[in-house]
Design a protein around this ligand. Structure first.
Ligand SMILES: C[S@@+](CC[C@H](N)C(=O)[O-])C[C@H]1O[C@@H](n2cnc3c(N)ncnc32)[C@H](O)[C@@H]1O
Length: 203
């Protein structure tokens, strides 16, 4: 029963849609509206990368389009980072809180859109992370502008992973054209699930 409704991966317990606690939150009316209804696999690509390229403990991490927040929670658990998540959909936040609780780590979250993250706001962080957040055409421009504001704010590293949907590829190409220090890392994972895609890294 447990294996069917949750999984253990990268040191985290991750609940599936059928888990009683997830179903309870849904019954209470927390129904995600912009695809934040589950945990998406592209987070694993960044987790795998960070296992081999760890963040310093003192790094302040912002997870954008955080959904259930597992990527941020991974950083809090593995590296002891202070982590905050933002998402346009407030309905995802109780799922983030639930996963923070069952994993015994701390991560704060709030409702905010990419476009609302000002240079001043971003100056409170060192690293921006996001997984599976570039799926509509307008998101390429929004995320490009966000990364640019992040650079002004002193963000040291922005990382966005995706299974390579066209808006993400457009974002990567624009970053490669406009910024100096850009890396695009290809990833193929067999475990904990089959997952493939790219990580855009802007330093
Ligand atoms: C496909 S889900 C991915 C969630 C999570 N990152 C994961 O990997 O499980 C996309 C998330 O981005 C959020 N989102 C979409 N547009 C957004 C925007 N303009 N600003 C902030 N968050 C946004 C959605 O609400 C949703 O939670």
């Amino acid at each position: 029963m447990t294996a069917r409704t949750s999984r253990q991966a990268f040191g985290l317990k991750i609940l599936k849609a059928g888990h009683p606690d997830i179903r309870q939150l849904k019954r209470e009316g927390h129904v995600a509206e912009i695809h934040g209804n589950k945990f998406w696999n592209s987070s694993y690509l960044i987790m795998d990368y960070l296992k081999k390229n760890p963040l310093p403990k003192k790094a302040r991490v912002l997870e954008i389009g955080c959904g259930w927040g597992l990527l941020g929670l991974f950083c809090a658990k593995q590296f002891g980072n202070r982590v905050h998540g933002i998402d346009a959909d407030e309905n995802v936040l109780p799922y983030l809180e639930l996963h923070a609780k069952i994993n015994g780590v701390r991560m704060t979250g709030e409702k905010k859109r990419f476009n609302q993250l000002t240079v001043d706001y971003l100056s409170g962080f060192d690293v921006i992370l996001g997984a599976d957040i570039c799926f509509w055409d307008e998101m390429s421009t929004e995320l490009y502008n966000l990364i640019r504001r992040g650079k002004k704010a002193g963000i040291r590293q922005s990382m966005i992973s995706d299974p390579c949907r066209p808006p993400f590829t457009a974002l990567s190409e624009k970053c490669e054209e406009k910024f100096d220090n850009v890396e695009v890392v290809e990833k193929f994972l067999k475990r904990p699930v089959n997952a493939s895609g790219e990580i855009l890294i802007v330093r």
